[in-house]
Design a binder for this molecule. Sequence first.
Ligand code: ADP
Length: 764
Amino acid sequence: MSDHYVKVKVQLEQMKSSGEGVEKEEADIIEDEVLVASSPASVSPIQASGTPAAQRETPKTSVTCRNQSKSRSKLGKDEKNTCTKQDSVPALQGTIVASNANSGKPVNRKDNEQQMLQIKGTGKMLQGKTETNGNTVPIHLPEDIKVGPHNKEDANKVAKRRKPVTVDTFKAKTSLEALKLSIRQLKWKEFPVGRRSACDIYWHGVSFHDNDNIISGQVNKFPGMIEMLRKINLTRAVRTMQELFPEEYNFYPRSWILPEEYQLFSTQISLAKDSDLSQKPTFIIKPDGGSQGDGIYLIRDPGDLRVIAGSHTKQSVVQEYIHKPLLIDKLKFDIRLYVLVKSLEPLEIYIAKEGLSRFCTEPYQEPSQKNLSHVFMHLTNYSLNVQSGNFVHSDSLSSGSKRTFSSVLYRLASKGVDIKKVWSDIISLVIKTIIALVPELKVYYQADIPPGKPGPTCFQILGFDILLMKNLKPVLLEVNANPSMRIEHEQEVSPGVFEYVPSPVDEEVKVGVIRDTLRLMDPAQKKSLTSYPEHQQEEMLGSPVRGTGEEGRVLPSMCLKQVFPKYTKQFSYLRTVERITALFLRFLGVKGNMRLGPTGFRTFIRNCKLSNSHFSMATVDILYIDITRRWASMLPDSREAGMGLQAFVEAFFYLAQRRFKSLPLREQVVSLLEVCEAQLENQGRGDPGGALPEDSTASTRRSVSCGRTQTGRTQHPHHMSTSAPGQALSAPQLCSPATPRRASSQDYRLHQRLRPTHKGNVEN
Ligand code: ADP
């Protein structure tokens, strides 16, 4: 019986005795796959991870926000997914006077973001309800953690020799409290107002660009992550993958981008309703770049859209509403999971074993015209539900409106749910989502940190929002580039006076995530770990704190679990778009650029020997112009001219379809990749290579026109597969907009362009 199993058993026993309604124990839990945290909800908080608040050295004090009205816009606006969201952080009045974690001296911090807080001193912060919260805050290091496989003395010797790792926390914003606690636990050195010389780690609150002058060390944000995780871009990235791997990517609800796909959305809904009158789907409209439920609403008829196609309409995503979520105590809830992208190249992903479950505050009913506007029933956002009179702040980790995910899992396990399967589906969803994002992230990365130039490396904690359907299938709602790392919540202590008071649930989960992220990013750890086999590395990270100067102290075992490259074998076949990205980057030319010019595109075609007498360079130019223009109109705020990665991928798909007509899209694309890679490899070896044989099908100049491509498409079942019964999430079965998107681009428009009047646009 594994340690883990014993823990689960103990927890279940504890839950039983505490009246949690646990009836049955899940017997076949496998540690490797069930990532339940080692300090679960039902364990007493002190036992789980920490020192009671009173014993902490941290300058844990109250924050008084005077005259702050309890308006929705001011509550809990700490989760920022976009730069604009940064502005919605509550402007707290006062001055920060916090103790320096290392020296114990007060530090006056001039925060240039105008985030001015008044911290009133130690111990006295908690009043009324808050006192109880404060006393249960778990932060100490358990003494009974088993020591890892390494010699403790050796570890301590190394520890003595090493200088502490330095962390610049000047830009940490709302993560600051959790970050300070983590740094303290690790005995690292914090630089709260920055440092003249370089630090090992820079902790930014919003974006990679919070501080643009970093040329070494590691920054906790990737360039481009905020942009990529905006709702529209995430939808596009997943959709590209859905075209290639419809079944693998059916965890994302069918979505349409507004306003550009309004007509398509409208038509598809009408057709679906006409074909099956019993269908009454509901849709959720989410503004692009929105967060915390702002601007979200539900509709049952496309005519009820508040955004109608037009040039000045707000960009949004309209998404199939999952109308049968899993309920606990009749309430809808979602899961916030923290995921660390440790590196893009090679791709390394870790998932936190513990997460949060956020509950609605009004019992759930399936959507009807009457209840569509009941936000406390349909939206799980903390920032919304905290305003409901029914919101339950709880000191326990396994009750209330915000709980640990493990407490939910134990509850499900007690009812006989196969939580091992739930976890492995979630891991799979996370890995696949990141694989969808990596191509574009690589383009951003090389633009900001060109290879060969001095610059930092990056890592990032992401917040995955996941909904479990009634049938336990996880659905991706969104990914937050800046998940809230606050470990306090706001409380109104008297009319108009708010205080930040410790939130045990948040602290339990978030401090572990930050601390273990730091442990993984420890520069010395990274170097020494690479000499060990992968399976030993995790164990080592659970061993005594090395390199901290802290003798004999141990840290809890890692709450972050590596899932990639661990599961490379199962997922590497999905990394096709990354291979296309490698071609894109190769021909991009100027460092810092993110768009391919016409010459770069021609060079790509020439070097890969993709043109021939039936596919002339003139046609290539038309292809370039057509696709680039269309993408420029879809991305009106893009400042750079040229062909972006998404447009290049579209062109690549087109070329693949054209060349390998009778295969499914996925195989067409892989075949073309092999052609290109082989050609480039030959050239790398100095072999000029010959032109590849032309496609055996006789083509004419008009071969790129609508008719042919459509014919090709109808032969390939994958094109319909995103809407095939049983593959997508559930009824209603609607066609993914992806197929028509591509059909409308190259086919019709290229056909138009190939007319003689357009000759002036081409060169051969
Ligand atoms: P935001 O960034 O504004 O929080 P989300 O995409 O997370 O936007 O949506 C807000 C909430 O709406 C989610 O927490 C979830 O409760 C609900 N929600 C979002 N998308 C769906 C969906 N497709 N089906 C059902 N509920 C959804």
